[in-house]
Design a protein around this ligand. Structure first.
Ligand SMILES: CC(C)(COP(=O)(O)OP(=O)(O)OC[C@H]1O[C@@H](n2cnc3c(N)ncnc32)[C@H](O)[C@@H]1OP(=O)(O)O)[C@@H](O)C(=O)NCCC(=O)NCCS
Length: 180
C-alpha cells in the first residue's frame, strides 16, 4: 500500500467519489451529503491506496493563523480516516509517518501541524499535544457563512511543533477562517 500526496485541484471525478464513499463509512455520525469534503475543500490530501482501492485519507489545510497576534504557518489535518476493514493494522500510523516526512521536507514553510480531535491518546503517540486556547473562527454550515464566533477550548485542539517558533499556551488563537 502506498500513500500519495495530491493537490485538491487535480482530483478526478472517480477519486472524489471514492473519498466521499470513505467519508460516509468512516464518519457515520456526520452527514457529508455525498460530498468528498465536509465544510470546505482542503488544499492537499494524503491518499492511502491498495492498488486502486482507497483505504485511507487525510485532508490538509494550509493557512496562516495568529497566536497572540503573531502569524503562524499552520498545516491542518482534516477528516483523517482509515476504512473499517483495514483498521488496527498500522495504516493510520503509516499515514501520520508520511505526514511527518512531508512536514519535515517543507519545515521552513510550516510552523505547526494542527488538528481538532477527541482521540488525544492516539495523536499523542505521534507527537501531538493538547492545548488550551481562546479561539476565534468563522462559523460555516452547509455552505452558509454565519460570521465570527469566539470561545475557550481545552479538550479538542492539538498541535505539533515543526519549525522553531514556540507554541503559546492559553493564548488567543485566531483560526483566520473556518473551524475544521
Ligand atoms: C482513528 C483511526 C484513523 C485509526 O486508524 P488505524 O489504522 O486503526 O490505526 P493504527 O492501526 O495505525 O493504530 C496506530 C496506534 O494508535 C492506536 N489507536 C488506534 N485507534 C485509536 C483510538 N481511537 N484511540 C487511541 N488509540 C488508537 C493503535 O492501538 C496503535 O497503537 P500502537 O502503535 O501502540 O499499537 C481509525 O480508527 C478511523 O478511521 N476512525 C474513524 C474516523 C476517525 O475517528 N478519525 C479521526 C478523526 S480526528
Amino acid at each position: 500500500m502506498n500513500v500519495e500526496f495530491v493537490d485538491e485541484i487535480a482530483l478526478d471525478i472517480a477519486t472524489k467519489s471514492h473519498i466521499a464513499d470513505l467519508m460516509k463509512v468512516c464518519f457515520p455520525e456526520e452527514d457529508f451529503h455525498g460530498r468528498h469534503y465536509f465544510k470546505q475543500l482542503p488544499h492537499y490530501r494524503l491518499l492511502l491506496k491498495n492498488k486502486n482501492q482507497l483505504i485511507g485519507q487525510l485532508g490538509l489545510d494550509y493557512r496562516v493563523m495568529t497566536l497572540n497576534g503573531e502569524p503562524i504557518n499552520v498545516l491542518g489535518v482534516i477528516d483523517f480516516a482509515i476504512h473499517p476493514q483495514f483498521r488496527n493494522q498500522g495504516r493510520a500510523a503509516q499515514m501520520l509517518n508520511e505526514l511527518e516526512q512531508l512536514a519535515h521536507k517543507f519545515r521552513t514553510n510550516i510552523d505547526f501541524l494542527f488538528l481538532v480531535a477527541d482521540q488525544h491518546d492516539f495523536y499523542r503517540k505521534f507527537g501531538f499535544e493538547l492545548t488550551a486556547q481562546h479561539v476565534r473562527w468563522l462559523v460555516t454550515e452547509e455552505h452558509i457563512n454565519y460570521g465570527m464566533k469566539e470561545g475557550f477550548f481545552d479538550h479538542c485542539l492539538m498541535y505539533k511543533q515543526i519549525g522553531s517558533k514556540p507554541w503559546v499556551e492559553n493564548g488567543n488563537l485566531d483560526l483566520m477562517g473556518y473551524w475544521y
